[in-house]
Ligand binder design. Structure first.
Ligand SMILES: [Zn+2]
Length: 219
């Protein structure tokens, strides 16, 4: 996309948000203004918000839920520290809302939005992804209700999380535990939820789960 057309596209965003707020069944999810705290805001956590990374509104209605558990993922793709968090999230959202084919050949249906609620980039930036008040999405089979979906960028079957990512994951887990009363017993990796269906979040990230659990209330 040329700089000119990208600027034009960005200029349209406020108008699209206003339009969605008037016509969609979830006006509160689409109409967050910069004056209001993001619905996914957490005490003590500096988020890169959806408006800061240039998110578009969810493309169809999502399922409301009450967060009461935490599921941790890796992206299963190599870390790309050269890419800006905003660029990464816009690319992920484009993929998420499209039909596509997965690496294993299965079809991927379009999702309403990014499937995760929080995304941690290699430099440790914590990004606001899907509105945490709505269930996430998955290509595997498990109950998404109540699960806060946190993804750490990287393939942790093949590489190590950065120190910055680990520090952010521990802080985010602690803040989610404080905000929603999530105990250590309600924390797991994707492969703990969808047994036999995935290696996510990878051995090198799961090795650090004791630090995550220690940050939870009651941990
Ligand atoms: Zn996963």
């Amino acid at each position: 996309m040329s700089l000119l057309s990208r600027a034009s596209a960005l200029a349209l965003v406020p108008f699209l948000l206003v339009g969605c707020a008037q016509t969609q069944p979830q006006p509160d999810a689409a109409a967050a203004s910069s004056a209001m705290p993001a619905p996914s805001a957490l005490p003590g956590i500096d988020l890169l918000t959806r408006s800061e990374w240039g998110a578009q509104a969810p493309v169809f209605a999502m399922t409301p839920h009450t967060p009461d558990a935490l599921t941790i993922h890796h992206t299963a793709t190599p870390q790309r520290p050269e890419r800006s968090p905003a660029e990464t999230l816009r690319a992920l959202q484009r993929f998420s809302i499209s039909s596509d084919t997965l690496d294993d050949g299965r079809p991927k249906k379009p999702w309403a939005d990014v499937p995760y609620h929080y995304y941690i980039t290699p430099d440790g930036t914590i990004v606001e992804a899907r509105d945490v008040r709505y269930e996430g999405d998955t290509n595997t089979n498990y109950d998404l209700t109540g699960q806060v979906q946190v993804v750490v960028e990287g393939n942790f079957m093949e590489e190590e999380p950065t120190e910055a990512q680990l520090a952010s994951l521990v802080r985010l887990a602690g803040a989610l535990s404080e905000r929603y009363g999530i105990p250590p017993s309600r924390v797991g990796g994707h492969r703990d939820r969808a047994v036999g269906q995935t290696s996510c979040p990878g051995d090198a990230l799961e090795a650090h789960f004791p630090e995550v659990l220690a940050a939870m209330q009651g941990g």
